[in-house]
Design a protein around this ligand. Structure first.
Ligand SMILES: [Zn+2]
Length: 119
């Protein structure tokens, strides 16, 4: 289902835009683009859009079209970034939790029976 704030047009061609240097910059860019609208919508409404995008990613995974997958992963990442911003979570700091391997067993690859947060 199309949603109002983030059009589902194809992504720009690779190399058309300067790459984000990292998650902190990505989060700042998403905040600059959507922060005002997201704050007006509120956390619960924004979470609903995030959940809908996750559903669209599920459909894209089922279809397997590479371009559609790129778009849907990008949308989920953008909505996750928005939620992190609204909740006061630094996305790069959150990702750093995995920098040294599995946060539970420190292994790379993970040696736990189940991955962290995947119970
Ligand atoms: Zn582990």
């Amino acid at each position: 289902m199309p949603e109002p704030d983030r059009p589902e047009d194809a992504l720009p061609p690779r190399g058309a835009l300067p790459p984000h240097r990292g998650l902190a910059e990505f989060q700042a860019v998403i905040e600059a683009i959507y922060g005002e609208k997201d704050r007006a919508r509120g956390l619960e409404g924004t979470y609903m859009w995030f959940a809908e995008e996750v559903g669209e990613l599920a459909r894209a995974l089922r279809r397997g079209d590479p371009e559609n997958l790129r778009v849907e992963v990008s949308d989920v990442l953008a909505w996750l970034s928005t939620l992190a911003s609204m909740a006061g979570v630094d996305l790069e700091e959150a990702a750093r939790r995995y920098a040294e391997g599995c946060p539970r067993c420190d292994g790379t690859p993970c040696a736990c029976d189940r991955g962290p947060g995947r119970a």
